[in-house]
Design a protein around this ligand. Structure first.
Ligand SMILES: *[C@@H]1O[C@H](CO)[C@@H](O)[C@H](O)[C@H]1NC(C)=O
Ligand SMILES: *[C@@H]1O[C@H](CO)[C@@H](O)[C@H](O)[C@H]1NC(C)=O
Length: 433
């Protein structure tokens, strides 16, 4: 046991990763893209266009509705904030009608609320939506961002050769670092290489980026959500080991609160994103979100799983595919810093049939022990699982059951007196041999 512990520690400390003091746990915040896209017509869509208005309104709600308190601290603008042409001094310029007071004013407002400011650019000639990219103006644009006091930069990868990214993204990161301003660096680097079958150099990516999009943009549907989950599960042996404090895989934004997911499906995304140690970036209208969805986004116990300080990305440990894709069932398991485990039992069945089954410790990839089991969505009472029993689960169609398994020994320790705790520690140390 002691030997195993030592090996694990060595494994963790030898992982190289970006060391800019940021993203020790997966970043949490809000981003415009998935919900508000590239809506630029403020006359037709005054509440939805990418504008100072939208950002200020969202900042207000992030604070007043408890999102900031829950950990969502970054407020980010994605594409479509720019004028189509650079200014006479060569600088990028925010759209003059939609950001009439400039970007520094937006940043000041966001900071005055205790939030942090995220911005978007693209490493190529143009952004994906056709606005000026940074290529050829990297230093000037970074200086502009520093002048605006941004805290987070998502650097997309349209209009650039994916082969050039292995040098380009690190070079840009070095320039960011040299400004001395702490700016969280979100790279889209592997997301443009994976589909081209160029093997992304994840060692280098984790060394230069705080987070990185690996795969497709998420869209507002159950089929998009499950295809991304499946891709992360199928490729976990390559991906999971590169995640850790300071550097994270990013399966993309949370759809929760929008149009395409039911409540059960929204719960699936929140649970699986927590297991994946994924950035939690909402993209929804916080002024009109239904309370059932808001409750999912603000679930403290699930956020705690996502933000677990050990920072170990969880795995899809079991799956069963029935006839067609309709009966797909899976277990996702994340080990937490306090020897407990978060397990998501997901049913991808969309044929309306609920699922019930018993699972063995082996199927759950759970170390044999007695556990107290807590339903993180709080539909069920606390349960006890003995080391010689199977664990019974019922899951709604296209739904999830998400539990925390706390070893009984841990529970007793935390409930007993100080002396007893010391005894337990001594025993635990003795038992290791
Ligand atoms: C960027 O634009 C310049 C000038 O039009 C062009 O020469 C260059 O090939 C473009 N680069 C890419 C990667 O498209
Ligand atoms: C720049 O990089 C060094 C070395 O990794 C790191 O210690 C420092 O915190 C970084 N500074 C900023 C502002 O990111």
């Amino acid at each position: 046991m002691l030997l195993v512990t030592c090996l694990v520690l060595v494994g963790v400390s030898s992982t190289l990763g970006l060391d800019n003091g940021l993203a020790k746990t997966p970043p949490m915040g809000w981003l415009t893209w998935e919900r508000f896209r590239c809506i630029t017509d403020c006359k037709k869509y005054p509440d939805e266009c990418i504008s100072e208005n939208l950002i200020k309104r969202t900042a207000d709600f992030m604070v007043s509705e408890g999102y900031l308190d829950a950990g969502y601290e970054y407020l980010g603008i994605d594409d479509c904030w720019l004028e189509k042409k650079r200014g006479p001094d060569g600088r990028i310029v925010p759209d003059k009608e939609r950001f009439p007071n400039g970007m520094k004013a937006v940043a000041d407002y966001i900071h005055s609320k205790g939030l942090k400011f995220g911005m978007y650019e693209d490493y190529g000639n143009l952004t994906c939506a056709g606005y000026p990219g940074v290529l050829g103006n990297e230093r000037l644009d970074i200086q502009t961002f520093v002048d605006w006091e941004i805290d987070y930069l998502k650097l997309d990868g349209c209009y650039i050769d994916p082969m050039a990214m292995d040098e380009g993204y690190p070079a840009f990161g070095k320039m960011l670092n040299e400004t001395g301003r702490q700016i969280l660096y979100s790279c889209s680097w592997p997301a443009y290489q994976e589909p081209e079958n160029i093997h992304p150099n994840y060692e280098s990516i984790a060394e230069h980026c705080n987070l990185w999009r690996n795969w497709d943009d998420i869209e507002d549907s159950w089929s998009s959500l499950t295809s991304i989950m499946n891709w992360f599960g199928d490729n976990q042996d390559r991906l999971a080991k590169h995640a850790g404090p300071g550097h994270w895989n990013d399966p993309d934004m949370l759809l929760i609160g929008n149009f395409g997911l039911t409540i059960d499906q929204a719960r699936v995304q929140m649970a699986v994103w927590a297991v994946l140690a994924a950035p939690l970036l909402m993209s929804t209208d916080l002024t009109t979100i239904r309370p059932e969805f808001k409750e999912i986004l603000l679930n403290k116990d699930i956020i705690a799983v996502n933000q677990d300080p050990m920072g170990k990305q969880g795995l899809r440990v079991w799956k069963k595919t029935g006839r067609g894709s309709r009966a797909r069932l899976e277990i996702w398991n994340r080990e937490l810093h306090d020897d407990s485990f978060a397990l998501a039992f997901v049913s991808q069945r969309d044929d309306g049939i609920p699922y019930a089954a018993e699972f063995s410790f082996e199927e759950m990839s759970l170390p044999q022990a007695d556990y107290e089991v807590y339903d993180l969505y709080k539909d069920e009472k606390q349960r006890y699982l003995k080391s010689n029993e199977d664990f019974g689960v019922r899951i709604n169609p296209s739904g999830v059951k998400f539990y925390k398994f706390v070893p009984k020994s841990k529970v007793e320790k935390s409930h007993s007196s100080r002396v007893a705790t010391i005894d337990a520690v001594v025993n635990a140390v003795l038992n290791k041999d």
